[in-house]
Write a protein that binds this ligand. Structure first.
Ligand code: GSH
Length: 196
């Protein structure tokens, strides 16, 4: 049995797909319709993951991991080059994943529902501020320096949305996004989800 990632095209589960490809972990992918909660393979997604949202990663042994922070740190555990080295490496990786999840991903919620324009404007400003912080603290071509980590995969997905929703990206972050777009795993993942 190989791992299976439940995903929705372009959703945050894209980060898990990129990370799996970066790690060369063989996996299958089942597309979830978030409105009907049915999967392409015909499963009732709420029976698979009672939380009803993606990502959900079913491991080789049948156990399931949900929540981007857990899914991505699990993949980094399987492929340590996608984690962060050093005595505080794991802690710093979790710190970054939590920042992306709770300060950027969550801030984007108004774009995914019918929200007043004022809420969307506020979200754009909040996300731009968070990205400004990231730009000032990037340690190299990737978030943690010279090497790509699973946190870059998660930020990539958030930047893709930020661009779609009219967030002004700092120049350094635009360059970083372009760099990520050049990666084979990113291109493969986008193509597999039918995205450009
Ligand atoms: N707390 C979850 C949130 C995941 C999430 O927001 N998933 C979205 C797609 S990006 C989703 O499936 N939304 C559909 C829903 O909540 O019904 C995590 O961090 O993994």
């Amino acid at each position: 049995m190989t791992m299976k990632l439940y995903y929705t095209p372009g959703a945050c589960s894209l980060a898990g797909r990129i990370a799996l490809h970066e790690a060369n972990i063989p996996a299958t992918f089942d597309k979830v319709d978030l409105k009907t909660k049915k999967t392409e393979e015909g499963a009732d997604f709420t029976a698979v993951n009672p939380k009803g949202y993606v990502p959900a990663l079913v491991l080789d042994g049948g156990e399931m991991v949900t929540e981007n922070i857990a899914v991505l740190s699990y993949i980094a555990d399987q492929s340590p080059s996608l984690g962060v080295s050093g005595p505080l490496g794991r802690t710093k990786l979790i710190e970054m994943l939590a920042f992306i999840s709770t300060e950027i991903h969550k801030a984007a919620k108004p774009f995914f529902k019918h929200a007043p324009d004022a809420d969307k404007a506020q979200a754009r400003e909040a996300i731009a501020n968070r990205l400004d912080f990231i730009a000032k603290n990037m340690r190299g071509p990737f978030l943690f320096g010279e090497a790509f980590s699973v946190a870059d995969a998660y930020l990539f997905v958030n930047l893709r949305w930020a661009r779609m929703f009219g967030v002004q990206l700092p120049a350094k972050i635009s360059d970083y996004f372009a760099r990520l777009m050049e990666r084979g795993a990113v291109r493969t993942a986008l193509a597999e989800e039918g995205l450009s």
